[in-house]
Design a protein around this ligand. Structure first.
Ligand code: FES
Ligand code: FES
Length: 164
């Protein structure tokens, strides 16, 4: 049996440690070892975006990273979005715009959108569509998702993301 290694990460501001084999994916480490099951696993080969988390400030597919690669990293997951029982503004917009149905893709969509919006000073609707194409949804047809993310971008950037 492969020897397990200790992996320490900061997740949503809290230090966590656990054991991982060298081949353990970060997604599985978060879900199975740290019991943070909000991060979903769909395709397990980097296509669907369901497993997206923020690692050291950048969106990353946690099915394409080994847990040992994340040792020492700061990670943000869906569990850290709501504060004191209040939904994050983007979560509220997803609800208002009916940007989810079964919800399987939603954690990855939200983390993808957070990275997209906060890594730009402004976004056109087309740029929102291109940025959000990193994550796949089998239910919604994307209109609600694009509208929610475009409105969030307007709130964050303080300008119109609906044109261009
Ligand atoms: S589960 Fe990671 S991209 Fe699909
Ligand atoms: S809401 Fe079902 S996959 Fe997106």
């Amino acid at each position: 049996m492969t020897k397990k290694r200790n992996v320490t990460v900061t997740v949503n501001g809290e230090a966590h440690s656990g054991e991982a084999e060298p081949r353990t994916l970060l997604a599985d480490f978060l879900r199975d070892e740290l019991r943070l099951t909000g991060t979903h696993v769909g395709c397990e080969h980097g296509v669907c975006g369901a497993c997206t988390v923020i690692v050291d400030g950048f969106a990353a597919r946690s099915c394409l990273m080994f847990a040992v690669q994340a040792d020492g990293a700061e990670i943000n997951t869906i569990e850290g979005l709501a504060e004191n029982g209040n939904m994050h503004p983007l979560q509220k917009l997803f609800s208002e715009h009916r940007a989810l149905q079964c919800g399987f893709c939603t954690p990855g969509m939200l983390m993808t959108a957070i990275d997209l919006v906060h890594s730009h000073d402004s976004l056109t609707e087309e740029e929102v569509r291109i940025g959000m194409s990193a994550a796949l949804c089998r239910c919604t047809g994307y209109e609600g998702i694009v509208n929610a993310v475009a409105e969030y971008a307007r709130q964050v950037h303080g300008k119109d993301a609906g044109n261009g």
